[in-house]
Design a protein around this ligand. Structure first.
Ligand code: AMP
Ligand code: GLY
Length: 431
């Protein structure tokens, strides 16, 4: 079977790497891919949001499965178009992708189906939103632009003045374009954040191992939010009891809600959770694998991933046993280009990739990279790559990941140095 993977990030490299190991797969094709996917798949230069060309490619090459990485093509209806053309697809319909594509749709869905989340108000006029903030007695408050904003649409504000200036930027100056036509203002929830990913087929679900992301750019969780600067898995504070709670109170009700709303959802259901004193609360839904969460999940997934992707695409997940997980810890460190998450430099030569992969337990997943002259590898994005390593415990995995990371060189390279250490802080806080 030929498998099409759509996207060009570290998530897609990890997916191509894992799918290419399957005995069921004759070829992996990645559109558009990066310098890393080129090593395990055939890259085809079609952008991830060019729905017409992707449908043509998939039908012309008789793909046995399409796996859609990023949210944008899902929101554009790529899964619906491929299914209509007879291709099995791992990824939700456009109506399902609205859980990520519209924060207000997600908040309404959560409220309608009584799934625990932060209380919120909806605003489509800046004046009303500002008046509401002026009357708020509890701070901080969280302002969320409704539409897709590449991780830049959420603002935690501490005073009415700060909030009003965010509202001006988003709703008056339209800094995020149409994404800011409407906003939600929601209560701030204190706690630890964790991502839970489940593969779903519309009827049943298969929960993946929890992963801890590090969203802020700087050590100690300071600075602006990014797509994710590093991960570790498993997450010690995520106990079996908590997993059960998340399944019963969040994942299963979400699946029921989707069914009741007649939304076709086959793919990844990714919930961003805040673990509050009152229990887990949904901060956001994503309709796809996380990045860099997927890099750690693929490293720890034992056995073949492809049967699960195919079963989800065909509504047959309940026929499979739960996947087996490597007991070891995975730490993933993202290397970014100078300037990220604001405008960043591109086109720098990357050296030391082979040396990095000689470190025991390490695998490097490319993200913003491309092949340059003479088969060199060049930086081509804000998040350039993610170095993952498995170890017997988090310390060993951290040590191997950073040892491999330090073999890699390009001008302007930077990373967070504290990936994996939050685990200890959380364990202490939680007793
Ligand atoms: P979201 O894209 O909705 O997950 O928001 C991005 C980030 O903002 C989250 O990862 C949290 O760190 C933070 N955040 C969002 N909503 C809340 C909330 N209600 N309370 C506290 N922090 C939040
Ligand atoms: N790492 C967070 C995300 O993929 O949205």
């Amino acid at each position: 079977m030929k498998v099409l993977v759509v996207g060009s990030g570290g998530r897609e490299h990890a997916l191509c790497w894992k799918i290419a190991q399957s005995p069921l797969v004759s070829e992996v094709v990645c559109a558009p891919g990066n310098a890393g996917t080129a090593r395990v798949a055939r890259n085809v230069a079609i952008p991830a949001n060019d729905v017409d060309k992707l449908v043509h490619l998939a039908t012309h090459e008789k793909m046995g499965l399409a796996v859609i990485g990023p949210e944008e093509p899902l929101c554009l209806g790529l899964a619906d178009r491929l299914r209509a053309a007879g291709i099995p697809v791992f990824g939700p319909s456009a109506s399902g992708a609205r859980l990520e594509g519209s924060k207000l749709f997600a908040k309404e869905f959560l409220t309608r189906h009584r799934i625990p989340t932060a209380a919120y108000r909806r605003f489509d006029r800046s004046g009303q939103a500002k008046a509401y903030l002026e009357g708020c007695r509890t701070w901080p408050q969280v302002i969320k632009a409704d539409g897709l904003a590449a991780g830049k649409g959420v603002f935690v504000v501490h005073t009415a003045k700060e909030g009003c200036s965010v509202i001006d930027t988003v709703m008056e100056e339209r800094r995020l374009g149409d994404a800011g036509n409407q906003i939600a203002i929601e209560e701030f929830l204190p706690g630890e954040e964790v991502s839970v990913l489940a593969i779903v087929d519309g009827e049943s679900l298969c929960v993946l191992e929890p992963v801890m992301d590090h969203k802020q750019v700087g050590d100690g969780d300071v600075g602006p939010n990014t797509g994710g600067m590093g991960v570790y898995s498993p997450v010690s504070l995520f106990s079996r009891r908590l997993q059960w709670q998340v399944e019963q109170n969040i994942l299963i009700p979400t699946l029921h809600g989707l069914r009741r709303d007649e939304i076709d959802y086959r793919g990844v259901l990714f919930v961003g959770l805040m673990l509050t004193d009152a229990g887990p609360r949904v901060l956001e839904y994503n309709c796809r694998f996380g990045d860099p969460e997927t890099q750690a999940v693929m490293r720890r997934w034992k056995g073949d991933l492809v049967p699960y992707l195919v079963a989800a695409a065909n509504g047959k997940l309940s026929e499979l046993e739960a996947p087996q997980w490597d007991e070891r810890t995975c730490v993933g460190v993202v290397g970014a280009a100078e300037g990220y998450p604001a405008s960043y430099r591109k086109g720098d030569v990357i050296n030391g990739l082979e040396e990095a992969e000689r470190v025991e337990g390490a695998v490097v997943f490319h993200a913003g990279t491309k092949v340059g002259a003479g088969n060199s590898v060049l930086t081509d994005g804000g998040r350039v790559l993610c170095v993952t390593a498995l170890g017997e415990n988090v310390e060993a995995a951290r040590k191997a990941a950073y040892a491999a990371f330090d073999e890699i060189r390009w001008d302007g390279k930077f990373c967070r140095r504290d990936i994996g250490t939050r685990r200890h802080r959380a364990a202490e806080v939680g007793g």
